[in-house]
Write a protein that binds this ligand. Structure first.
Ligand code: SF4
Ligand code: FES
Length: 388
């Protein structure tokens, strides 16, 4: 008979929970759930060695263990600190922790631009949420910020290093999931950057998963960029018989069009099963998928806006009132408007005015920051760089 593991007790924000030995404080807090769970920008359960980079998960250990109840002298990263029996942890109940987290957010935002209005990650960005919850209203940073040009790494992924917070998640995905890594963090200190060195393309079968693990908008899906805001799309769970991956995905739909395909994420925003590039980038037709039903979206997410569950449609009354007559349509806007003839999900890039004016297959190219009369702006736009 398997030996039963002895559980240990840990108290987080006055709530006691029993967990297995070698559990981290973060995982113990997730077992409790709700507001006591510290935010995590770099830790990822399924990626070995992740965590310990961003410091957003800092907590105070007010008592180390039942055997040695002395507090730990400094705040600790909850994703990298294991619990001990009798440990007492303070997260949102300790103002010093909240103040420290505010400082961490200020650091993360030194170089990360507040370009949410034009960023494809807006609405599902961990840093955006963190800034709302813990950010300060203004920055104290007065120096030139580091900015980079956007580059396409491979056919499907765009890297905008200006937004990267160097969490290393994409590096671990490339190492541990795709098995063929051609990118990494080059250089050190404020010169550090995610790069492919000689700009080798990242084209291996599972590399698209780097987009899902990126907590900010540094790595984005080129087949979806600028096609829609995520809160206007409707996420649906779907699957297909895929020879390469589990084929279990989330479709981001608008009407009958599939705008984007991603892996499914759990309540902590972590991918449960990695998906292959073919499912992600090349299966954009509803007929490619068996639809399981709408994704359950947390009411706290902006994506839940307008997604009502259990809606009962009002009874159609026109025909009974008009003795069975059908309404007379004067025009069918679907037939008349050329806007409706554009299949946004099928074009390989963002639509432009040309797309809607007679050339439904034309697409825009990467936006390069060009200022009127000044040419190409290598420092970034006003939105990405307040110093220019
Ligand atoms: S590109 Fe994204 S996932 Fe990769 S290190 Fe930067 S923030 Fe993290
Ligand atoms: S999540 Fe713990 S340090 Fe980043």
């Amino acid at each position: 008979m398997a030996e039963e593991k002895k559980l240990i007790k840990v108290t987080i924000d006055n709530i006691t929970v029993e967990v297995e030995p070698n559990t981290t404080i973060l995982q113990a807090a997730r077992k409790i759930g709700g507001d006591v769970v510290p935010p995590a920008m770099c830790y990822y359960t399924s990626l070995e060695n992740s965590g310990g980079k961003c410091r957003t998960c800092l907590v105070k250990v007010a008592a180390g263990s039942a055997a040695d109840p002395r507090p730990m002298p400094k705040l600790v990263a909850s994703c990298r600190t294991n619990v001990m029996d009798g440990m007492v942890v303070e997260n949102i109940t300790n103002p010093a922790v909240l103040e420290a987290r505010k400082g961490v957010v200020e650091f993360l935002l030194i170089n990360h631009p507040l370009d949410c209005p034009v960023c494809d990650q807006a609405g599902e960005c961990d840093l955006q949420d963190l800034s709302y919850e813990h950010g300060a209203e203004a920055t104290r940073y007065e120096f030139r910020r580091r900015t980079f040009e956007r580059i396409d790494i491979g056919d499907f992924i765009q890297l905008h290093m200006t937004r990267c917070i160097l969490c290393y998640r994409c590096v671990y995905v490339a190492d541990q999931v795709s098995g063929k890594r051609e990118h990494g963090v080059l250089d050190r200190g404020d010169h550090s950057q995610i790069a492919t060195y000689i700009e080798n393309s990242l084209d291996n079968e599972f590399i698209g998963n780097v987009i899902d693990v990126c907590p900010v908008g540094a790595l984005t899906d080129r087949t979806f960029r600028f096609k829609n805001r995520v809160w206007f799309t409707k996420p649906m769970e779907a699957h297909r018989d895929c020879p390469t991956c589990s084929g279990k995905v989330r479709l981001w739909m608008r009407g009958d069009e599939v705008f984007r395909v991603t892996a499914r994420k759990d309540q902590w925003g972590e991918v449960k099963e990695w998906i292959c590039n073919e499912c992600r980038f090349e299966r954009k037709k509803v007929s490619d998928w068996i639809i399981e039903g709408p994704t359950k979206v947390s009411r706290h997410s902006v994506i839940s806006a307008g997604h009502y569950e259990g809606v009962k449609k009002p009874k159609e009354t026109f025909s009974p009132v008009m003795d069975g007559a059908k309404p007379k349509l004067l025009l069918d806007i679907q037939q008349i408007s050329s806007v409706n003839k554009v299949e946004l999900s099928e074009i390989q890039g963002p639509a432009t005015s040309k797309t809607f004016n007679g050339d439904p297959h034309s697409v825009g190219h990467n936006v390069t920051d060009v200022k009127l009369d000044e040419g190409r702006n290598l420092q970034g736009t006003d939105s990405t760089n307040p110093n220019v």
